[in-house]
Design a protein around this ligand. Structure first.
Ligand code: IPM
Ligand code: MG
Length: 370
């Protein structure tokens, strides 16, 4: 038996629980078949935590998150909590995890699975073989900048303020993560901002160039305005390899990139903090999709993004690359065999449920294991 690997599971709201139940089954499989032992804990985040405790995440759960090797999160939010006070909205739980754990680098791969190239809203030839990595800054920018808020003006009308702010080191550290990833790929990095209108964009561009010139002179960097980047992603996405950008532009660009691949239901993400002395990073893994309240509780959700997020945890937090390959391979097998949940259904394929997809992936794991 190898040593314990502690994983805090936060299924959250909506389809989070159903998708996470399939991950549990895969963890059981790995423990039975691969001599691994995970130290699992599960708790509340988002709307379910508001219902139970009045806040979207408790200090006790934050403590657990600090002490775990990795956090695996499902999804948060739903119409039930839409009109709740802004300061305790379900999303605040997620944002607190990101901010307090200092998970500044958010890795969002957009990979087009061969079996799904026809499910994209773009033509097959534009997206087939697509493999980009968006590195989104996750703990700064307009999401957290001060001052912020809504104030009432003397004439009774109101003013809403948010602040886009970045400092040198916040930019450099995330650009370094992006270059490290680019180094293991084609070595091409695109840095995206709005230096034509924003001073924070000028700083972003200069610091990104500084990291290139001083630390990664052998790799290549190009700078692209974020609006152009959005357009180029739809026009010719395969021109990109790794894209690094700020929190807000990353939010938008990663949704565009996700849709290119055919389904939001397929895409995992990893959020990483700084490496400690042993090279270990604090980390949280979550699907890019949301809580999909319209289909929650009906055994319809696609669990693949959550399963692939767990695979990223195996790779990045537990150094179990072989096991990550196994899980990702099983997902590919199942797609190649024609199994589809509703969101990726195509003519002639076998429509399956959340648990049915779990069954098929477990069977594929058995087969790969021999
Ligand atoms: C995301 C989501 C979040 C964000 C929301 C749920 C707060 O859209 O992870 O992309 O805006 O960062
Ligand atoms: Mg988003």
């Amino acid at each position: 038996m190898s040593s314990n690997k502690s994983l805090l599971i936060l299924p959250g709201d909506g389809i989070g629980a159903e998708a996470m139940a399939q991950v549990r089954r895969i963890i059981d499989w790995l423990e039975r078949n691969r001599s691994l032992r995970f130290d699992l804990d599960e708790d509340l985040v988002g709307g379910c935590s508001i219902d139970a405790h009045g806040v979207p995440i408790t200090d006790a759960v934050m403590d657990k998150a600090f002490n775990a090797d990795a956090v695996l999160l499902g999804a948060v939010g739903g119409p039930k909590w839409d009109n709740i006070d802004f300061s305790i909205k379900p999303e605040r739980g997620l944002l607190r995890l990101r901010k307090d754990l200092e998970l500044f680098a958010n890795l969002r791969p957009a990979v087009c699975f061969e079996a799904l190239a026809d499910a994209s809203s773009l033509k097959r030839e534009v997206v087939a073989g697509l493999d980009i990595m968006i590195v989104r800054e996750l703990t700064g920018g307009v999401y957290f900048g001060e001052p912020r808020g809504i104030t009432t003006l003397p004439d009774g009308t109101r003013r809403g303020v948010n602040t886009q702010v970045y400092e040198t080191e916040e930019i450099r550290r995330v650009v370094r993560v992006a270059f490290d990833i680019a180094k293991a790929r084609t070595g091409r990095l695109t840095s995206s901002e709005k230096a034509n209108v924003m001073e924070s964009g000028i700083l972003w561009r200069e610091e990104a160039q500084w990291v290139h010139d001083n630390e990664y002179p052998d790799l290549s960097i190009q700078h692209m305005y974020a609006d152009n980047c959005a357009m180029q992603l739809v026009r010719n996405p395969k021109q990109f390899d790794v894209i690094v950008t700020d929190n807000l532009f990353g939010d938008v660009l990663s949704d565009i990139a996700a849709m290119l691949t055919g389904s939001l239901g397929m895409l995992p993400s990893a959020s990483l903090g700084a490496a400690d002395a042993e090279g270990k990073r604090r980390a949280m893994y979550e699907p890019v999709h949301g809580s999909a309240p319209d289909i929650a509780g009906q055994n319809l959700a696609n669990p693949i993004a959550t399963i692939l997020s767990f695979a990223m945890a195996l790779r990045y937090s537990f150094d179990l690359g072989e096991d990550a390959d196994l899980v990702e391979g099983a997902v590919q097998d199942v797609l190649a065999a024609g199994y589809r949940t509703g969101d990726i259904m195509q003519p002639g394929m076998t429509k399956t449920s959340t648990t049915g997809m779990g069954d098929a992936i477990l069977a594929a794991l058995d087969k790969r294991q021999g």
